[in-house]
Design a protein around this ligand. Structure first.
Ligand code: NAD
Length: 276
């Protein structure tokens, strides 16, 4: 294998929510690996700042202020990308999010709002990307940013967990349907990534708890998610479609096991270490 297969030279990528957090990490890492990047964020100032960082790396960087729940704005995003950069090779469906709430307290409007953000937005962008990729006839790559909550229960995150589980299953179905157009579709499931969103976890107490429940002992960085995205977007992942990659420091594998010094237990604060 040629080491250049890791590069994204002259590829055009659209990253939704690329103005901050994980999306920003992916956008800048893609630029470092050679891609031209469109930041599709509803926060125009944040998008512009990241686009400037992309340009400072010598790539084309364009911020197009977009609310991904609005289909007209998404259509305009893809039309402008094709008009200014000529093509769409990679779409990262990164926008998503959750507000913790007991299911018993959740009203129907809140349920629908979460589905709009986490699933309808992904539909709008995926549909537009597929149109552009099929019209060009050169294939493409779609990466959906899921969550560890897709594959485990999420108390207080019922609708978010349901949306991310749906996203992962959609990823597999879309991979099959779009394979005839050489469009690869995969997902990445992070846990606890250090972003402005998770800044409340910076307290010493939270960090100590994280050290116990995350096998690798700390939060992840946006760059850690970007590493998986580079694998999936580049020719390293040329024969990879319909999969989900956990980027979670081992949390999903731990599945309830907690670190106590150098040992593991299923029973927090007990002296009965079960295994080591
Ligand atoms: N941060 C984590 O620890 C974590 C863990 C697991 C999964 N995730 C997933 O990763 C993705 C990114 O999370 P994050 O914490 O980096 O995001 P974030 O909440 O920090 O938001 C990133 C950007 O998205 C933009 N944005 C939000 N809603 C938008 C919309 N409707 N249209 C356009 N832009 C919008 C914001 O302006 C912001 O710049 C989400 O799908 C999230 O569910 C995050």
């Amino acid at each position: 294998m040629d080491p250049s297969s890791v590069l994204l030279t002259d590829q055009t990528a659209i990253v939704t929510g690329g103005g901050d957090g994980i999306g920003k990490g992916i956008a800048i890492t893609f630029a470092k690996f050679g891609a031209n990047v469109v930041i599709a964020d509803r926060n125009g100032a944040a998008g512009n700042a990241v686009a400037a960082q992309v340009r400072a790396l010598g790539r084309k960087g364009l911020a197009i202020t977009t609310e991904i729940r609005n289909r007209d704005q998404v259509r305009a995003l893809f039309e402008r990308t094709v008009a200014e950069l000529g093509r769409v090779d990679i779409l990262v469906n990164n926008v998503g999010g959750a507000r913790p709430q007991e299911f018993m307290e959740m009203d129907e409007e809140r349920w629908h709002r979460s589905i709009e953000l986490n699933l309808v937005g992904m539909f709008n962008c995926t549909r537009a990307a597929v149109n552009a990729m099929v019209a060009r006839g050169r294939g493409g790559v779609i990466i959906n940013i899921s969550s560890i909550e897709a594959s485990r229960a999420g108390p207080l995150y019922s609708v978010y967990s349901a949306c991310k589980a749906a996203m992962e299953n959609f990823t597999k179905t879309a991979a099959l349907e779009l394979s005839r157009h050489n469009i690869r579709v995969n997902s990445i499931a992070p846990d606890m990534i250090d972003t402005p969103h998770t800044a409340p976890l910076h307290t010493p107490q939270a960090q100590a708890a994280i050290a116990r429940v995350v096998p690798l002992g700390k939060m992840g960085r946006p760059e850690d998610v970007a590493g998986a995205a580079i694998y999936l977007a580049s020719d390293l992942g040329a024969w990879v479609t319909g999969i989900n990659i956990h980027v979670d420091g081992g949390t999903y594998a731990a599945s309830g096991w907690i670190k106590q010094a150098d040992s593991w237990t299923l029973f927090p604060d007990s002296t009965g270490v079960v295994d080591s």
